[in-house]
Design a protein around this ligand. Structure first.
Ligand code: ATP
Length: 367
């Protein structure tokens, strides 16, 4: 997959910008706070995911403007396509001039993998970050996953609302079974997708970590389900899994009613990252944390390529800082068959660029 042209209007501090990147390494360099990450973030939005740092759409529009527009021309292995995002009171997506009902319809059309400094919290932050990573990564591979997830979140919200009422109106007890059955079914399907994804990703990321790290450390990961000890691959879930999930929800009902929320389920699961069998979140050094997250992200890109046949676009925001030359070379070598965007403050010190294009960002302008 190759991004051939990007045009931005009123996007954050990039009031009017256009780039025509090359098909391999694109360096975006400039001083701090000039708009480099804004550029990467704009490309990322075309995956159909939310921004990796903004909470609200309004934050993406230039302070003094009411609306913004982002357009891309991109090419996959079959054809050239156009996409557009209009940001105003809402976010609207268009693919080849056809309006999409929701952002997730873009998923599966435009593939990218992002590494940004906020991703470091994947290794040492809360499980919520790791669940978010898994959900975004699996949705890119399997667009129906995000549909199941949306349904699960809706049902969970209904159940939690009912739990609060149940405390005051115990007669509502029977209605909870309806929600529990739905949660059990959706939760089982989602657990299986996640577990299967982690198994595949693990093999790739372990190898990448080994290449990145100069030590003989063993990186590994596993999916920690709050419901299942082990579960089979996507093709093999059975009624007994749904039943087990349902029974656990029922077992915890009394406690859940007391606290007003659902204490078990995929919204409580975690992705455990380990080095030499010790959790990275508790024992990892800064270098190990950075290498773990890089291994995760480069592994994600590799898996996307294997499953979809398309090379995702790599968006590497400030990836080279704190890495020695050996690790920087390993990364550049690893992504050389893909289109990659790398932001940095001083390209001449950090990256030995043999081929590619360089964009200088200064105060919201791309030179
Ligand atoms: P660093 O190297 O420090 O990471 P950067 O070049 O990646 O810097 P960005 O995060 O891309 O920096 O840009 C930050 C700049 O964009 C800041 O000056 C910020 O004030 C500005 N900015 C952010 N959102 C908006 C917005 N909605 N409207 C106008 N300017 C904005």
């Amino acid at each position: 997959m190759v991004l051939k042209k990007l045009t931005l209007k009123n996007y954050r501090n990039l009031l009017s910008a256009q780039i025509e990147p090359c098909g391999n390494v694109n360096i975006i360099y400039g001083d701090n706070a000039q708009g480099k990450t804004n550029l990467i973030e704009a490309i990322w939005l075309f995956t159909g995911n939310n921004s990796f740092r903004a909470g609200k759409t309004s934050e993406l529009i230039h302070f003094e403007q009411q609306a913004a527009e982002l357009s891309i021309l991109f090419e996959d292995s079959e054809r050239e396509q156009q996409a557009k995002i209009k940001l105003g009171t809402k976010k609207e997506y268009f693919l080849n001039q056809v309006p999409l009902k929701k952002a997730s319809e873009m998923t599966g059309n435009f593939y990218a993998v992002i590494f940004s400094p906020v991703d470091l919290s994947l290794a040492d932050g809360s499980p919520k970050n790791r669940r978010k990573f898994l959900d975004a990564a699996i949705s890119q591979l399997t667009p129906q996953y995000s549909g199941y997830l949306e349904q699960y979140e809706r049902v969970l919200e209904q159940r939690n609302a009912l739990l609060k009422d149940l405390y005051r109106f115990p007669a509502l007890r029977d209605t909870i079974d309806i929600w529990d059955l739905q949660l059990a079914k959706l939760g089982t399907i989602l657990s299986i997708y996640r577990n299967d994804y982690v198994k595949k990703l693990s093999k790739l990321s372990e190898k990448i970590y080994f290449g990145l790290s100069s030590e003989s450390e063993k990186f590994s990961m596993c999916y920690r389900s709050s419901v299942f000890d082990q579960i089979e691959t996507v093709d093999h879930y059975e009624d007994c899994h749904i039943q087990a999930y349902f029974e656990l929800l029922q077992k915890n009902l009394e406690q859940d009613t007391k606290y007003g929320f659902t204490s078990v389920g995929i919204h409580r699961d975690d992705l455990e990252l380990m080095i030499d069998h010790l959790p990275v979140r508790s024992y990892g050094s800064r270098g190990q944390i950075r290498s773990s997250v890089l291994a995760l992200k480069l592994g994600e890109a590799e898996l996307l390529k294997r499953v979809t046949g398309e090379n995702p676009i790599m968006l590497l925001d400030d990836v080279m800082s704190e890495l020695d030359n050996k690790r920087q070379d390993y990364i550049l070598n690893h992504v050389k068959d893909k289109q990659v965007f790398i932001t940095c403050c001083d390209m001449f010190n950090t990256i030995s660029l043999q081929e590619g294009k360089v964009f200088h960002v200064e105060n919201g302008s791309i030179l």
